[in-house]
Design a protein around this ligand. Structure first.
Ligand code: CS2
Length: 497
C-alpha cells in the first residue's frame, strides 16, 4: 500500500488533472463530505466547461479541524468515488483551494467573506447548524458568544475572537463586508423547507440582537440592499467514507487520499435564480436555475428524505446496518411505498416536467444501491431536526385533506422506538435534543430491568414513552389530533417485529 499522498503537484497519471483555481470566489461554510461530493463538483465542472477559474472555494469546517487536516496537506485536492450499481469511477476535484478551521482561523474567514473577489457564500451546516429554537426563532443563547464578538468587531477591537457557530461567523462576515457594501449571495444547501428564507430570518435576528439600534444601521441597510438568500434544493446520496474505501482508492490511484468522498451516480441541484452579484455558471455543469425552487424542494424533502428517515429508523430496529438492506426488506419496502405514494405524493404539486411516480420509483432504486454503503445509523441522526421538514408538512397537508397518513404513523413509531431503545440501553441518540429526549424516556419507570432502565427489547412502557416523545415541542404540527397519536401508538408492535 502506498504512503505517497495525493497533492496538486502529485497527480497520478491516467486521470484528468483537477482544476487549478486562480482566485477564491466562494466561501463554503460546513465543508463535510456532502459539499465535496456535490457543490464542489458542480463548481469544478462549470470551470472546465467555461474555462473560468475564478471560482475557487475556501471551505470552512464546523467544530473540528479534521477536513482541514485532510485537505491542506493535499493542496485542497481530493477524489470523488462514484459508486454505481454496475460500475464505479474516480475523479479528482481541485475547486477547493484551502480549508479553514474557525477555532483557529476566524480572522482569515472574516477577511475572505469581506473580500471584493468573494461573491458567493454557500452553506451545508446541517439542520442543527442553524441554531433554531423549537418555534423556529434563533436560539440567542447558542450564539451569545458570537453576538458579543460581533459587537467587539464593531468597536474595532483588534484581537479577533474565534467564532462559535456558523450563523455567528456569517453575521460577522457580512458586517465586515457591509463597510465596502460589495454585493454578496448567501446560498444555503441544507435540507430545510424554504431554506433561503429561514436563513435570512435567522441572520437578521442575529444582526438585530447583536447590533440593536443605530449601531446596526449599516449592516441592516447592507442586508436590505446588497445581500440575497436564494433557496436551493440539493440531492446526492453521500455516505461517510470508510477506511476500506480509502484503501481501495489508494490502490487504484497509487497515492493516498485522506479527503476521499463517496457518492452515488445521481446528482441534482436546483437553485433559485436570485443572485446579488456574479456567480459560477453552475448550469454548465447541469444545475437548474429557476424562479421557484419550492416544488422541487418539497418533492425532494417529502419523497426522498421522508422515505429515507422511515427506512432508516425501521431498518435499524429490524437489525439492518445499511439503507440498501433495509429498503429491500419486504415489510419495510411495503411501508416505504405506502408513505411515499399514498401519504406524501398526493400532497405535492409536480414541478414542471417531473413525473412524481417515476421520481418516487427512482428514489427507491437509488436507496437499493448497495455500493454506496450508506448506513441506517447515519440517516437516523438528528431526528428532531429532520422530522418537522420531512414528515411535518405531509402530516399537516394530509390531515387538512381529511386523511390520517398511515406511513407517517409507522415512521414516527419507528423513530420513537429507536429513541426509546437507544436511550434505555444507555447508548443514547445522536441528536442535539438528546438530553430532552432522554429526560422524556426515563421519566417513565419500566418494570423488568435489573439496571433500572427497564425492559429495553420488550415493549413494557413503550406506549408511554412513544406518546411522550411525540409531545416534544416543535416536532409535530399543532393540528395533530389525538386519534393520530393513537395510530402511531398502534404501530409500535409493527416496528418491533
Ligand atoms: C439523508 C440525506 O442523512 C439524511 O438524513 O436523508 O442526507 C440524503 O442522503 C440527502 O439529502 C440526499 O440528497
Amino acid at each position: 500500500m502506498t504512503d505517497d499522498r495525493l497533492h496538486r503537484d502529485n497527480v497520478p497519471v491516467g486521470i484528468d488533472a483537477p482544476v487549478m483555481p486562480t482566485a477564491v470566489g466562494i466561501v463554503h461554510l460546513g465543508i463535510g463530505a456532502f459539499h465535496r461530493a456535490h457543490q464542489a463538483v458542480y463548481t469544478e465542472r462549470a470551470a472546465i466547461a467555461t474555462g473560468d477559474t475564478s471560482w475557487g472555494i475556501l471551505g470552512v469546517t464546523q467544530r473540528s479541524a479534521t477536513v482541514r487536516d485532510q485537505l491542506r496537506p493535499q493542496g485542497g485536492v481530493y477524489a470523488v468515488l462514484t459508486a454505481g450499481e454496475q460500475e464505479s469511477s474516480v475523479e479528482l476535484i481541485g475547486s477547493v483551494v484551502d480549508v479553514a478551521y474557525p477555532a483557529e482561523e476566524t480572522e482569515r474567514v472574516l477577511a475572505t467573506l469581506a473580500a471584493p473577489t468573494t461573491h458567493v457564500v454557500t452553506l451545508t451546516i446541517t439542520e442543527k447548524g442553524y441554531a433554531r429554537r423549537p418555534d423556529g426563532s434563533l436560539d440567542l443563547d447558542a450564539v451569545a458568544g458570537d453576538l458579543e464578538a460581533l459587537r467587539a468587531d464593531a468597536r474595532g477591537e483588534t484581537s479577533v475572537r474565534a467564532a462559535g457557530s456558523a450563523i455567528g461567523l456569517l453575521v460577522r462576515g457580512l458586517a465586515a463586508r457591509a463597510a465596502s457594501g460589495a454585493p454578496i449571495t448567501v446560498l444555503t444547501c441544507d435540507n430545510m423547507v424554504d431554506n433561503g428564507r429561514v436563513l435570512e430570518r435567522l441572520l437578521r435576528q442575529a444582526a438585530d440582537a447583536g447590533l440593536p439600534g443605530t449601531e446596526g444601521d449599516t449592516l441592516r441597510g447592507f442586508l436590505d440592499a446588497r445581500v440575497t438568500f436564494p433557496c436551493s434544493m440539493v440531492d446526492r446520496i453521500v455516505p461517510a467514507t470508510t477506511p476500506e474505501q480509502r484503501d481501495h482508492v489508494a490502490q487504484a490511484l497509487g497515492v493516498r487520499d485522506e479527503g476521499l468522498v463517496v457518492g452515488e451516480p445521481f446528482a441534482q441541484w436546483v437553485i433559485e435564480d436570485r443572485f446579488a452579484g456574479p456567480r459560477p455558471a453552475w448550469e454548465a455543469a447541469g444545475a437548474t436555475l429557476t424562479k421557484d425552487v419550492a416544488p422541487f424542494e418539497q418533492a425532494k424533502l417529502r419523497l426522498l428524505n421522508g422515505t429515507h428517515s422511515l427506512v432508516a429508523y425501521s431498518g435499524w430496529l429490524a437489525g439492518h446496518a445499511t439503507i440498501a438492506a433495509a429498503v429491500t426488506d419486504p415489510v419495510i419496502a411495503q411501508r416505504a411505498r405506502q408513505y411515499l405514494f399514498e401519504d406524501a405524493l398526493p400532497t405535492l404539486t409536480a414541478p414542471d416536467g417531473l413525473d412524481l411516480h417515476q421520481y418516487g420509483e427512482q428514489i427507491l432504486a437509488r436507496f437499493a444501491n448497495p455500493h454506496t454503503g450508506h448506513t441506517t445509523a447515519q440517516v437516523a441522526m438528528d431526528g428532531t431536526q429532520k422530522i418537522p421538514f420531512r414528515w411535518g408538512g405531509v402530516l399537516a397537508d394530509a390531515l387538512a385533506d381529511g386523511r390520517e397518513p398511515a406511513g407517517v404513523a409507522f415512521g414516527l413509531a419507528a423513530w420513537a422506538e429507536f429513541v426509546r431503545r437507544r436511550t434505555r440501553s444507555g447508548e443514547g441518540v445522536d441528536d442535539p435534543r438528546a438530553e430532552e429526549l432522554a429526560a422524556v424516556v426515563t421519566a417513565f419507570e419500566v418494570p423488568g430491568g435489573a439496571d433500572g432502565l427497564g425492559d429495553v427489547e420488550g415493549l413494557a412502557g413503550a406506549e408511554e414513552d412513544v406518546r411522550a416523545l411525540l409531545g416534544l415541542p416543535g416536532l409535530l404540527p399543532e393540528s395533530t389530533p389525538e386519534s393520530f397519536l393513537d395510530a402511531v401508538a398502534a404501530e409500535i408492535g409493527a416496528v418491533n417485529r
